[in-house]
Unconditional design. Structure first.
Length: 97
């Protein structure tokens, strides 16, 4: 993701590096950890977020959601600010459903 500074040159947001790691897979669900480095101005920030996907093929294609014949399908749920252990518990519950 890249955005250019506005006309005033105020804020430039640049995701410098993003690494996706699949932590768990079960019943076509998967849990991914995304580690990223973001530049804001002259500062670098490291971030971690998680995604739970309900369809491996959509994960591989990068399709988080789509509308088919007027029906909305959401394949990815994002989690930030949660511990890895908490997200694993959520994943375990969702992948059993």
């Amino acid at each position: 993701m890249r955005t250019k500074p506005d006309e005033k040159g105020d804020l430039s947001l640049l995701v410098e590096n993003e690494v996706r790691t699949v932590l768990k897979e079960k019943n076509n669900y998967l849990l991914a950890r995304i580690d990223s480095v973001v530049n804001i101005g002259d500062q670098k920030y490291e971030g971690i977020r998680f995604e739970i996907w309900s369809d491996r093929e959509k994960f591989e294609q990068g399709i988080t959601d789509e509308c088919i014949d007027g029906q909305n399908y959401i394949y990815c749920s994002g989690y930030a600010g949660s511990s890895e252990e908490d997200v694993i518990r959520i994943f375990e519950k969702r992948s059993e459903a």
